[in-house]
Design a protein around this ligand. Sequence first.
Ligand code: ZN
Length: 452
Amino acid sequence: MPATQRIFIKNPLCIFAPESAEPVTGLVISGGVIESLLYNNEQPQTACDEVFDASGLVILPGLINTHHHFYQTLTRAWAPVVNQPLFPWLQTLYPVWARLTPEALHLASQVAMAELLLSGCTTAADHHYLFPEGLNDAIDIQVDVVRQLGMRAMLTRGSMSLGEADGGLPPQHTVQTGEAILKDSERLIQQYHERGPNAQIQIALAPCSPFSVTREIMQQSAELAEAQDVRLHTHLAETLDEEAFCLKMFGMRTVDYLESVGWLSDRTWLAHGIHFNDDEIRRLGAAGTGICHCPVSNMRLASGICPTLDLIEAGAPIGLGVDGSASNDASNLMYEARQALYLQRLKYGAQAITPEKVLSWATVGSATVLGRDDIGQIAEGKAADLACFRLDELRFSGSHDPIAALLLCGAERAEHVMVNGEWRVTDGQINGLDLPDLTSRHKAAASALITG
Ligand SMILES: [Zn+2]
């Protein structure tokens, strides 16, 4: 559909637009944006080229994933690490991941993004920090996949520069020099980073974690991000092992380290953000640093529980992320939202954590974490990114509140998904993607990676 066409989306079961004062009963989409919201079953004021009958559909803003490692779909449920916590999990996987090839990354990125898209996700962030010999163009490969699937993406140029020889966690042959990292970061920003509303592809800089990069690359990445006006991303305060590492290596706790390298700002978003004390939460909130909550990964690796409501109260935006597929192992954002609801209830109680609150983290909260105000909401002038769910599967039978039913009954597959005014998923199928062919090639690549 050319983005200039005007579409009338009529008669939905429900539209999730909590900012709207009254229930929204229809939408007009034009030029890739939401042109108008309709109420009380009114008709569009302008002629439409297409009428989409949304009877029986619950419509959400397209979901936004703020942390992933697409390549890890090749090492899901791998027996040697199924029962490991973070550090031994990483140390067992690093040598396997170091064998990643361009073809395998292409397939892995297609699988991860396809899975996200089918769960209703329209914007995905990926944190890619592996650049072994022959894979210098990893982010370029991911750009190709984003364009093929027609999603939006925040692709982060990750990095590792602190190998075992210098006291880091990753093997020496998986790390790069600071010079190589910064040169490629600059190239990628120039080549792909789109600015302004409705951007499809954006680039951020993402040194991997305190235990895999040098202090210098953290500082230099912050300077480059400031100069180029792009965002900064890293893993932080995921486990107590990491906290102990920072105390030993840098003589300070994680947030002090973050501040010492110029990262405590609203340009930064952090994956996990679990082990903070009260003063650190206050400082993160005052700085407006975003936090990506990854409940399934945190439960699988037994890392801990992100203090979401305390962070929000302090001023830090919260988004959701599925994290990499070696620690989740699903790339399903609806499933993730359901897990966030239940995990956060254990910390804050049932009344404080509502389905609406968690869906707002997966949409407008995640958008804020990525520094965007043009996506994540169904409102006039926002991007036309929509996820539509049916409630006629067995699991929903007998449910009453449609928004609550999505999470409580466990919706996990969208029926239709629109990105930038174009339908990318129709009747539960991704348009233009041969999934059986993709999965057979992806499975072969996953086996080859493990056997080396
Ligand atoms: Zn991660």
